[in-house]
Design a protein around this ligand. Structure first.
Ligand code: SAM
Length: 282
């Protein structure tokens, strides 16, 4: 194991479901520090017991207890190392820890990550959607009207979008995403990653809404939703739209062929008509 100076803050990732995904370095670190700061001490007890870690635990939240940050910083400044864990996955990723790490950096304390599971990255890695540019959105607002407002701001984003959602809101959220970003966008729904009932759905947002709506099992458990960026959908739709338009143009006048293609693909009629004119000239 690497040796770090005393008074180091370790940000330790824990599994998102399957305890076998705990990395040995995480176990060693949690055994070696003076105290483990947990999002929920009762929740983390099971994990710590499983790995025979008997380091004392304290509870840590960014917002509920600001004094907790100060206490941990003092401990670090006195040369005692501390580890931060959340209920699952990588701390700070839609989990507590930002205030603590920012404060530690300000005080020039050493902060070291112990990498491991993260639901967003695990889901992205098997989504089949573009991974060169992606944007982590995390949780959308729980109210549909506010959710819609946030989604409106993401409509033209060309990077792949990653959302988290609580189980009881999956369908409502999927429907809003489909309405605002467009039913034909390709998306990926990763449910219960690494757990017994893990499932992965791939298809248009419209088809995911139908699949999830028809299967109550899909509305249970933890999910990550990944949605392709705007540029990608335009490109893939235009290939499909072009194919349909070309076929219909063989049988129908171009105005009729364009309006029928618009109805089938959801593309703009005017855009298709312009394309039909260009194709006609070829
Ligand atoms: N820090 C965690 C991480 O690194 O992924 C995320 C914590 S956030 C409070 C919890 C959300 O992460 C869930 O609502 C869900 O969207 C996602 N998530 C966590 N575990 C998951 C799993 N096993 N399968 C799918 N999504 C999961």
């Amino acid at each position: 194991m690497n040796s770090y100076q005393s008074g180091t803050l370790f940000i330790v990732a824990t599994p998102v479901g399957n305890l076998s995904d705990m990395v040995p370095r995480a176990v060693e670190t949690l055994q070696s520090v003076s105290v483990i700061a947990c999002e929920d001490t009762r929740h983390s007890k099971k994990l710590l017991e499983h790995f025979n870690i008997d380091t004392p635990c304290i509870s840590y939240h960014d917002h509920t207890d600001q004094k907790a940050t100060e206490k941990i910083i003092n401990r670090l400044s006195n040369g005692k190392s501390v580890a931060l864990i959340s209920d699952a996955g990588t701390p700070l990723i839609s989990d507590p820890g930002y205030r603590l790490v920012a404060e530690a950096r300000k005080r020039k304390l050493e902060v070291i990550p112990i990498p491991g599971a993260c639901a967003a990255i695990s889901a992205l890695s098997v989504s089949g959607l573009a991974t060169d540019k992606f944007r982590f959105i995390g949780f959308l607002p729980s109210k549909s009207s506010q959710r819609t407002k946030v989604l409106e701001t993401l409509k033209s984003a060309s990077d792949t979008l990653i959302f988290y959602e609580a189980p009881h809101r999956v369908l409502a959220m999927l429907e809003d995403v489909s309405i605002v970003l467009g039913p034909h966008r390709i998306a990926f729904l990763a449910r219960e990653i690494s757990k017994t009932f893990e499932t992965y759905l791939h298809g248009s947002l419209e088809s995911l809404c139908v699949e999830v709506g028809n299967d109550s099992n899909q509305q249970r458990g933890e999910i990550v939703l990944i949605v392709s960026g705007n540029g990608i959908i335009k490109e893939s739709l235009s290939i499909e739209a072009k194919r349909i338009l070309k076929l219909l143009m063989k049988e129908l006048p171009i105005a009729k062929a364009s309006s029928l293609t618009a109805k089938i693909t959801g593309n703009e009629k005017q855009e298709l008509y312009q394309l039909a004119l260009r194709l006609q000239k070829k």
